[in-house]
Design a binder for this molecule. Sequence first.
Ligand SMILES: Cc1cc2nc3c(=O)[nH]c(=O)nc-3n(C[C@H](O)[C@H](O)[C@H](O)COP(=O)(O)OP(=O)(O)OC[C@H]3O[C@@H](n4cnc5c(N)ncnc54)[C@H](O)[C@@H]3O)c2cc1C
Length: 98
Amino acid sequence: MTIDQVKGYVEAEIHTLQRAQNARVTTPEWLILESHSPFHLQVSPEAIKGGFFKRLTALQGGLDGTMFYTGAAFHTQYSSLLWRFNKEKLIPMMMEYW
Ligand SMILES: Cc1cc2nc3c(=O)[nH]c(=O)nc-3n(C[C@H](O)[C@H](O)[C@H](O)COP(=O)(O)OP(=O)(O)OC[C@H]3O[C@@H](n4cnc5c(N)ncnc54)[C@H](O)[C@@H]3O)c2cc1C
């Protein structure tokens, strides 16, 4: 969606809520609006078949066990799952090298 479409959608939803409450219908003042797209970056099925994730995972422990990676690019776009990945996968992997 474009920024204008997002604003239009949000404002229409606010108007729906205001009307439902018999409140005065007002247009909100936008103080800040930031686009976080692209959010869920994905690789193509062809790239996956071609070993993309094998090569990505192979980067862990590179440079003689001194380089480890975490974050959405290496696991998933959810901070809670990233913390679990760090605790249960990444840190044990690092400890194997030390
Ligand atoms: C609006 C929004 C709502 C969200 N809500 C939730 C939620 O409710 N629950 C949930 O689990 N997840 C949520 N997420 C997802 C979660 O925030 C991300 O999945 C997670 O933060 C990804 O972690 P990351 O370490 O990969 O990236 P980030 O947390 O984005 O960390 C990357 C860091 O690198 C820094 N950086 C970037 N470029 C450079 C550079 N060149 N040099 C130095 N530093 C750099 C950035 O400043 C940033 O601090 C939300 C995300 C967004 C955008």
